[in-house]
Structures are given as structure tokens and as C-alpha cells.
Design a protein around this ligand. Structure first.
Ligand SMILES: C[S@@+](CC[C@H](N)C(=O)[O-])C[C@H]1O[C@@H](n2cnc3c(N)ncnc32)[C@H](O)[C@@H]1O
Length: 214
């Protein structure tokens, strides 16, 4: 399958997805139009968030999911921080609903030396196309304010995480669903830590999670 085929399939999937509400279509259109300016406009802001949750964190030998990966700023940061370029022992999967953001990410992979360890998938966090219990570490940074259903998004991430997995999620402080987000995190996850630092524009939740037994 060529990259062009992949694009066509992705576009058709997005068109026929019943979860595509007006809100979601607008988000797709907005990010598909602004992808060129994203790094310049938001690079520094995102970096502050990554520094915050990576203060005491190292990634190695892990299957990572970056849900709502955008243009790949998080992967660039991980590469610089952990100097993993020479030891790429982990597998990284980036998922985003906006194809142009992924195209921009894709163009960076050669320079990063990361082509062999990266998969990029056009998909909706609320409906992830992966099997259960796949990922050791899941990130979703500044994405949850965009979802139609925060609970569905959390369930989806928990479903694809292994029975014990690390999770970092952030949501814009100005998002309307903040209280719902806090309540659902407490309900659905077993170990969590809320980091609501006032100088960062997102509320961040992180921890190592064991799935709740029903
Ligand atoms: C503010 S950007 C953050 C990008 C990246 N996480 C970062 O740290 O730079 C939000 C991203 O989430 C993506 N997104 C929004 N809703 C999504 C959904 N339902 N499923 C997957 N990606 C989504 C957008 O296309 C956009 O790339």
C-alpha cells in the first residue's frame, strides 16, 4: 500500500465515521488549515507542558501511544531529552484526526532518524482502531477539550492500554468540560495525580494505572 492509498483510505474513513459531529468537523478543518503555523505558534507553549511531566520521567523499551499527536512536537522533545536517537528501542504510534497535522509530522521523521520506530494513524480518539491491551505508555496532550464525549475518550485510551500502563493527559484550563473530566478520571482510573500548576495553560493528570476490576 502506498502512502497515497493510506491517505485516501483515511479520508474515506473520516467521511463515513458516525461520530463526526459538526464540532468534530470544525476541529478537523481548523487543524487541517492551521498545520503550517502550529509549531511556530504553539511550540514553546507545548514545551513547557512536556518539561513539567518529564521532570522525573524516562522512556525506554516501551510501546507508546500519542493520542492527538499533532505535528509530533512531543516525539521531537522525547528524542532530544532522552537522546534516544542512537538507541531507538521503543515503538511510537501517533494518532490524529487531522491528516495535514500528520503529514507535517511525517515530513520530520527522516530528519529525526525516527522512521523505523514510528507509526502514524489517522483516527479518532473516541474510536481507536487498535486491539485491547497494547500500549505501555499513553500521552494525550491538549486534546481532550476537543472531544465530543470525554468519558468515551478515556474509556478508549484505557481499553488500548495494557492492564498496567502509564498515562499523561492534559486538557486546557479554559475548557468547558473540566469538572466532568476530573470526575471521570477519579471514577475510571485507579492511581492518578492531578497537577494543576497555575503557570501552565493545561490541567495535567498523570500516573501509573491498573485497570479497575469490574
Ligand atoms: C492542541 S493540538 C495538540 C497536539 C499535540 N498533542 C501537541 O502536544 O502539540 C490538538 C490536536 O488534537 C487533534 N485532535 C482533536 N480531536 C481529536 C480526536 N477526536 N481524535 C484524534 N485527534 C484529535 C487535533 O487534530 C490536533 O492535532
Amino acid at each position: 500500500m502506498t502512502y497515497r492509498d493510506f491517505k485516501l483510505i483515511a479520508i474515506n474513513l473520516m467521511k463515513t465515521n458516525p461520530l463526526n459531529t459538526d464540532k468534530k468537523r470544525k476541529i478537523i478543518n481548523d487543524y487541517n488549515s492551521s498545520f503550517q503555523y502550529y509549531d511556530k505558534r504553539y511550540g514553546e507553549i507545548q514545551l513547557k507542558k512536556y518539561r513539567r511531566f518529564f521532570e522525573n520521567r524516562k522512556i525506554q523499551n516501551k510501546k507508546i501511544l500519542d493520542a492527538g499527536c499533532g505535528t509530533g512536537l512531543l516525539l521531537e522533545y522525547i528524542f532530544q531529552k532522552d537522546k534516544l536517537k542512537a538507541f531507538p528501542r521503543y515503538k511510537y504510534t501517533g494518532v490524529d484526526i487531522a491528516l495535514n497535522m500528520l503529514n507535517k509530522f511525517h515530513l520530520k521523521l527522516e530528519a529525526l532518524g525516527a522512521k523505523r520506530i514510528v507509526n502514524l494513524v489517522v483516527a479518532d480518539i473516541e474510536n481507536l482502531p487498535f486491539r485491547n491491551n497494547v500500549f505501555d505508555e499513553i500521552f494525550s496532550i491538549t486534546v481532550f477539550q476537543n472531544l465530543n464525549d470525554i468519558g468515551r475518550g478515556l474509556d478508549s485510551l484505557v481499553r488500548v492500554g495494557k492492564s498496567r500502563f502509564d498515562l499523561v493527559i492534559s486538557i486546557l484550563k479554559k475548557a468547558s468540560g473540566l469538572e466532568i473530566f476530573d470526575t471521570l478520571v477519579k471514577q475510571k482510573l485507579v492511581e492518578y495525580y492531578f497537577d494543576y500548576n497555575h503557570r501552565i495553560e493545561d490541567n495535567i493528570v498523570w500516573g501509573t494505572f491498573s485497570k479497575k476490576e469490574d
